[in-house]
Every structure is written in structure tokens, then in C-alpha cells.
Design a protein. Structure first.
Length: 200
């Protein structure tokens, strides 16, 4: 797993591309970032949604929960045995578990972490401001609560101690966005929405 190291530009800079920003208030914004500088207090995003009046945005790190810089399937099966188990604990109570083959890349305002899902099927490169992160815990073993695949997004996530209501409401908003972009049907939207409402 050397994608993170291959994308570093030195210091706290990480080369990017298409990213998904999750703000502290749970809003999502997609666009293009040329480079995420963990030593700078903000970064510039070229907004991808041409249906809005926004072209670019300067985004302060403290307003962000995390930035998904890359999400991909590993090119070949990876040996999971020697990788470090970690739990990213966010201030809002969310916990994301994964495996690391290299230490996090730390900067003045945030950290870049490349995580392999516990089942070895997906790699995520995350940029996380310190303002949203409680701690990165290095684990001896997984606890008895398994990682779960989120019904809404199909992505893996660590177990939450207490799923915040704002996250569930945000999931409904993301579903509506998928429906509006014709990525899911109205029937699929209603089915998944009912699952979320049942959780609420």
C-alpha cells in the first residue's frame, strides 16, 4: 500500500484530484483539489456541481470533518496480517476502523491517513483536520463489535458508539443527491430512506 507515499509532495502537501468533503455540520461537497497542504489553514476547491452558482471555494480546515482524497479497490490482494489495526475516533462520536501499512502523514493543521478496510477490499486516503479528530488509536485487536457496511452508501465504516441523529439526516440528504443525479431510482431512494427512518 504505497499510494499515499507516492502522492506526497514533501512537507505537509499531498497531491489530490477529485475529492469529497464532509463538513463538520455533515454537509457534503464534491470537487477538485490540486493539492491538500496540511500545513496551511485552508485549501481551495474547484466545485464539481455545475448546477450551482459556485465555481470555487476557499475552505478553512476547522469547518471540515474529513476529506476523502481517494477511494479505490486494491490492485491485488494484500497481506493483512502485519498491518496495524487503528480506530479513528472523531469528536462527534464516529469511529472508523481500518488497517495501516504506513504511519499517518502529519502536518500543522491535519493528518493524512491511508486506510485499508478490515476485510481488505477497499483503500481510502483521508485528510482529517485535527479540529475534528479526537485521536488515532493503535489497537491490539478488533473489539467484539464488527465493522459494518453502511446501508446507504455501501461503504465500510467502524462501529459507532452512538449514531448521531445528524449523521442519519445527512444520509437522507445524500440519498436525495444520488436520486437527483439519477444514480439511484425513486423506488431505491424510498427503500433506503425507510431504512434510515426506522433507525431514527
Amino acid at each position: 500500500m504505497d499510494a499515499l507515499l507516492g502522492r506526497e509532495h514533501g512537507d505537509g502537501r499531498v497531491a489530490c484530484g477529485e475529492v469529497v468533503i464532509r463538513f463538520a455540520d455533515d454537509e457534503l461537497l464534491e470537487g477538485r483539489v490540486e493539492e491538500l497542504d496540511l500545513d496551511a489553514p485552508d485549501f481551495e476547491l474547484e466545485v464539481r456541481d455545475h448546477g450551482t452558482n459556485n465555481q470555487r471555494a476557499i475552505i478553512p480546515f476547522p469547518s471540515v470533518k474529513r476529506v476523502t482524497l481517494e477511494r479505490r479497490v486494491p490492485e491485488q490482494p494484500l497481506e493483512l496480517e502485519g498491518m496495524q489495526k487503528v480506530a479513528l475516533r472523531f469528536r462527534d462520536g464516529e469511529v472508523v476502523k481500518g488497517l495501516m501499512s504506513a504511519p499517518p502523514r502529519r502536518g500543522r493543521y491535519g493528518v493524512a491517513v491511508e486506510l485499508l478496510s478490515p476485510d481488505g477490499e477497499e483503500v481510502e486516503l483521508l485528510g482529517i483536520p485535527y479540529s475534528s479528530l479526537k485521536a488515532v488509536f493503535y489497537l491490539k485487536s478488533w473489539d467484539s463489535r464488527p465493522s459494518e457496511t453502511l446501508e446507504v452508501t455501501g461503504r465500510w465504516s467502524g462501529h459507532r458508539v452512538d449514531t448521531p441523529l445528524v449523521d442519519l439526516l445527512g444520509d437522507i440528504g445524500r440519498l436525495a443527491d444520488l436520486r437527483d443525479r439519477s444514480e439511484i431510482s425513486e423506488d431505491e431512494f424510498q427503500r433506503r430512506r425507510r431504512v434510515i427512518l426506522d433507525m431514527i
